[in-house]
Design a protein around this ligand. Structure first.
Ligand code: UDP
Length: 237
C-alpha cells in the first residue's frame, strides 16, 4: 500500500494518553497508539511526535489556581516531558527505535532539541518525540507541533483528537452535524471552526503545512490517514 505522506508530525494531546482514566497515562491506551504509529513507521513513514501534557498539568487550568502563569506553564512543559518518556518507553517495548528531544535542557533524561540531529533520526527511521513544547511559556503544544512540523519540513501535520474530524457543529451537541472531508484554511476561518489554537493555525497556514484532524481512538485510523483514505478532515491551503 503506498503512502501519501512521507514525513509526518503527529500531535498527540495529553488526554489521548488517559484512555478512560481521569488523569495520567493509561498503559493499554498508550500501547494502542504506539502500535498504530509503529505500523506506519514500518511502512516507511518518518514520524515526529509532539505530545501535550493536559493529562498531568496545564498552565491555564484551574489546577494552577492563582499561580504565576509562566511558572505554571513551565510545570505544564515538564508534564509533556513525562508523557514523552512514557511514549519512548512504549515504542521501545515494541522494538521501534525512538528518541526524545526536549525544548528545555534536561540532559540526564533527554537530549536537548537540535534540528539537524532530529532530521537525521527521522531519516534513520527513528520516531522523534519532541518534548517540552516550544520551551516558552504562554504557548501550547499545538503551536509546538506547528513549529516542529515546519522545521522538520513535514508533508503534513496530523492532529489526533477525540472527535474524528472537523464538523459543521459540535457533534456531541448537534446530531445533525456533519464531518468535512476537506476544508481550506480560509473556509475554516470564515466559518469560525476551531482546528487548532490561533497561533498554531496561523503558523501552519503561513508555512503551507496542511493539517489532518482525526480520531486516533478509532482502530487503524492513522494508517488510513497516511494512505490517503477518507479519514478525518484535511485542512488545506
Ligand atoms: N506549555 C507551554 N509552552 C509550550 C507548550 C506547552 O507553556 O510551548 C505548557 C502550558 O502550560 C500547557 C501545558 O504545557 O497548558 C501542556 O500543554 P497543552 O495544554 O498544549 O497540552 P494538551 O492540551 O495537548 O494535552
Amino acid at each position: 500500500m503506498s503512502v501519501k505522506y512521507k514525513r509526518i508530525l503527529l500531535k498527540l494531546s495529553g488526554e489521548a494518553l488517559m484512555g478512560n482514566d481521569p488523569f495520567g497515562i493509561n498503559r493499554d491506551t498508550i500501547m494502542e497508539i504506539v502500535g498504530q504509529v509503529k505500523e506506519i513507521a514500518d511502512m516507511g513513514v518518518q514520524v515526529g511526535v509532539v505530545v501535550g501534557g493536559g493529562n498531568i498539568f496545564r498552565g491555564v487550568s484551574a489546577q494552577a489556581g492563582s499561580m504565576d502563569r509562566a511558572t505554571a506553564d513551565y510545570m505544564g512543559m515538564m508534564a509533556t516531558v513525562m508523557n514523552a518518556l512514557a511514549l519512548k518507553d512504549a515504542f521501545e517495548s515494541l522494538g521501534q527505535p525512538a528518541r526524545v528531544q526536549s525544548a528545555l535542557s534536561m540532559q540526564q533524561i533527554a537530549e536537548t532539541y537540535a534540528r539537524p540531529k532530529a532530521i537525521q533520526y527521522l531519516e534513520e527511521g527513528k520516531v522523534v518525540i519532541f518534548a517540552a513544547g516550544t520551551g516558552n511559556p504562554f504557548f501550547t503544544t499545538d503551536t509546538a507541533a506547528a513549529l516542529r512540523g515546519a522545521e522538520m519540513n513535514c508533508d503534513i501535520m496530523l492532529k489526533a483528537t477525540n472527535v474524528d474530524g472537523v464538523y459543521t457543529a459540535d457533534p456531541k451537541k448537534d446530531p445533525a452535524a456533519t464531518r468535512y472531508q476537506t476544508i481550506t484554511f480560509d473556509e475554516a476561518i470564515i466559518k469560525n471552526l476551531k482546528v487548532m489554537d490561533a497561533t498554531a493555525f496561523a503558523l501552519c497556514r503561513e508555512r503551507k503545512l496542511n493539517i489532518v484532524v482525526f480520531g486516533i481512538a478509532k482502530e487503524g485510523a492513522l494508517k488510513r490517514v497516511v494512505t490517503g483514505e477518507d479519514e478525518g478532515t484535511l485542512v488545506h491551503i
